[in-house]
Design a protein around this ligand. Sequence first.
Ligand code: AMP
Ligand code: ZN
Length: 463
Amino acid sequence: MLKVYNTLTRKKEEFKTIKPGTATMYSCGPTVYNYAHIGNLRTYIFMDMLRRVLKYDGYKIKGVMNITDVGHLLSDGDDGEDKMEKAAKEQKKSPKEIADYYADVFFRDLERLNIGKPEIIAKATEHIPDMIKYVQDLVDKGYGYETRDGIYFDIEKFDGYGKLSRLNLDEQIAGARVEVNTEKRHPADFALWKKAEKNHIMQWQSPWGMGYPGWHIECSAMSRKYLGTTFDIHTGGVDHIPVHHENEIAQSEAREGVKTVNVWMHGEFMLVDGGKMSKSLKNTYTIDQLTERGYSPLAFRYFCLNAHYRKKLNFTFEGMDAAQTAYDRLTESLYKHKSSAERTNEDTIKKYETQFSEAVNDDLNLPLALGVLWTMVKEKPSKDVYETALRFDKVLGLGLQNVRAPEKADDEPIPEQVSLLAQQRYDARKQKNWAESDRLRDEIKELGYTVTDGKDGYELNKI
Ligand code: AMP
Ligand code: ZN
């Protein structure tokens, strides 16, 4: 039985789907104006873990993820330039070129991190008519009102505004930025639609003239379109709780007249060196930057799995080194199980399977599940351990089918004779005595070893 923590109720709850056997799920996706950093990617690893646990439990998934390619303003609220337009101007490209480029890189990163792509990927710019209709319905129902610069949601009309973040309206006012728009009825009212100035690149015809959607409306309109009035789970990062998701609840429940999301789940932030990630501190690393430093993307995934998704995770290069070492050790330890023909008794395997399943079903306790895997791989070599690890990997997504041979098999030292011949061959090569070098290579081969030359010497491997 799967239990998950619902941000709305602040409780771990037993998970039940609306439609038996199928989980419907919406995940807030990236704003594609820049490279995703490792913090953003942690949130998508969390989404992926949830999807994998649901599948492990036998659910089918209908998952939707949006791609924000319009409407997300610099302030996260209703002021400042559109992030897409700013990047387009800076890079002298069109917003569409910017969106296509960064979305491609994003999906490549997801693939390298073994993050499964949700079934439906929905781009905001391809759903403008759905959003206009949504805004119109809110205006017709009395929740939206027009000002000189757009259509705003009247939060005081919506009973329950603030229930996700548990902030009352006064606290919302305190949190709102310095007011520039005096036509708003309440400082925390937010834009459903913005009227476009002439120089705004992205604009569409609407009942309120040329304009573009607010950031929040895309998620309400697209989740409704693909998942219906009420769906099972909505995910995002914790930063979405107080504004983006609060606004989404207000829009969706105001329009539909019912609760639209059963479980809200949020991934905690990643910090770097104990502090916030920010461009000015130059600590917003990308996966490419990690691979340039010699780390593998799946070791980063391992790093994330080692912390519970509701705990802050502090990224440091020492921590990343430890994750890479542990990940390599894990794949190496599985090698001996893969090459073994021995079996482990059924009860022992069953015990690990139960422990693993209980851990992942307890609000995705992946650190505990990894611990179970580690205990299991310490068993004596056995094919069953390997096969069970592969079943666990359906949740972990660590690519454990690609186990690697240990660099030096500790239990099988290279025979002295082979080492000696390899050294002699090395000396022969230094003297450019190629014939002798080739002869020694053959002799080494006859003893069951290959020798590979590198710039700092040579490497011996068993054939
Ligand atoms: P954005 O592209 O800015 O809309 O963000 C994409 C996702 O990354 C959102 O779900 C954010 O909540 C999440 N996010 C942003 N910064 C971090 C961070 N430092 N750690 C974890 N998730 C983050
Ligand atoms: Zn969203």
